[in-house]
Design a protein around this ligand. Structure first.
Ligand code: HEC
Length: 168
């Protein structure tokens, strides 16, 4: 390729020298010019082709870096303040209500006397979600007792559960 790039200059220079020394006539010069033109054109396309190959291999090599990132679901940090503000008054300490401690990720996932209160990916089967929707059979189990969380808070908890109830 380097030869292809360098050659036209040599040929042109050669033609000029030849003209100076009157070793070639103008008809030959035209032929030399055509050859130069073709060589220059082919060296340009060679450069473009090589650049293209580089671009494509670069794109392939870096493909994993440009993959769209998985939309991250909300983490425990997104719902912890809701529990802290509305639930831990009764669901913490040595004897939390129904054995349900809502102060940490681990204790929430552990559940209560009756088992798990969160089924990751499935709010409809999670007792904690049912409780805040007031859809448990016993009205006394509607949480928090006597009032309802804000719609946005309920939505955030459900969204956290349906995206896998992840800690991080
Ligand atoms: C005023 C105290 C109080 C607050 C505040 C409270 N709870 Fe409760 N919670 C209870 C009591 C008492 C029970 C047991 C009810 C029963 O056994 O009938 C309970 C039970 C539960 C249960 C188990 C329900 C069942 O029957 O399966 C869940 C889940 C629950 N609470 C979640 C929450 C959440 C989430 C919050 C905050 C949004 C909350 N609680 C706030 C007192 C409270």
């Amino acid at each position: 390729m380097t030869a292809g790039l360098v050659a036209p200059q040599f040929v042109t220079q050669g033609a000029i020298n030849a003209m100076r020394t009157e070793r070639i006539d103008s008809r030959n010069l035209l032929a030399v010019r055509i050859v130069c033109f073709v060589m220059q054109a082919s060296s340009i396309s060679a450069v473009l082709a090589v650049a293209g190959v580089f671009a494509v291999s670069y794109a392939f090599a870096h493909q994993e870096h440009v993959k769209p990132m998985r939309a991250p679901g909300p983490s425990y940090a997104a719902v912890a303040p809701i529990f802290k503000q509305n639930c831990v008054g009764c669901h913490s300490g040595p004897h939390p209500k129904n054995g349900l401690d809502l102060t940490s990720y681990a204790s929430i996932m552990k559940g209560d006397h009756d088992g798990k209160v969160i089924v990751p990916g499935n709010p409809a089967r999670s007792r904690l979600s049912e409780a805040i929707h007031h859809s448990l059979k016993k009205p006394l189990d509607s949480m928090p007792p006597g009032r309802t969380l804000k719609k946005a808070e309920i939505f955030r908890i459900d969204n956290w559960i349906s995206s896998g109830a992840k800690e991080k």
